[in-house]
Write a protein that binds this ligand. Sequence first.
Ligand code: UDP
Ligand code: MG
Length: 201
Amino acid sequence: MPTHEIVLSVVVPLYNEDAVIAQFHASLRAVLDGLDLSHEIIYSNDGSVDATLARLKDIAGRDTTVRVLSLSRNFGKEIATTAAMHVAKGQAVLMLDADGQHPVERIPEFVERWQAGSQVVVGVRQGNKHDSWFKKTSSKLFYRVFNIFSKSELVPGTTDFCLVDKVVVQDFVRLQERNRITRGLIDWLGYEHDYIYFTAN
Ligand code: UDP
Ligand code: MG
């Protein structure tokens, strides 16, 4: 493999995240430095009306692995993510939210599972430290009942904290749906799935 080839693209949609982007980037940077594989970060600015774009340009000026996409208006996270998938160069693409709800320190596990052969690695949220007993219990019950009656197993808590192999990206970018849910479309495409369980911050 040529050394300039990008192994991992990290895709992040952002809408009005100027308060958190610097901190988010610093923590992502630290994790990627620890991974030692060639990578790019694609920040997809979804028509933010705060200083997100200016901050992203500033970050990109100091970090050559960063590319900034900027949509002409707010299209919603699914479109912002999809636009970035179209330009991602990596052998794998990992997407996550900028607001800290998807823990960056778990990224190495997504990469390991992919290197072990999984084409889709999905983060599964195991609830929030602050969730009530009622919320936890009713949510468990919902999935238990659903899975008794449904042929396809629904994995509770799947999120958009997700890594997909390039073969999946190539299929994904051919889909023409305008009204899209990234997670649903990736499920629909098939491929070998694996799951990483995390607790939301
Ligand atoms: N986001 C976006 N466009 C939008 C709304 C959100 O790109 O119109 C981004 C947001 O900046 C964040 C991610 O999508 O990085 C998830 O957004 P949010 O935390 O609001 O969603 P939730 O936590 O409710 O899933
Ligand atoms: Mg959020």
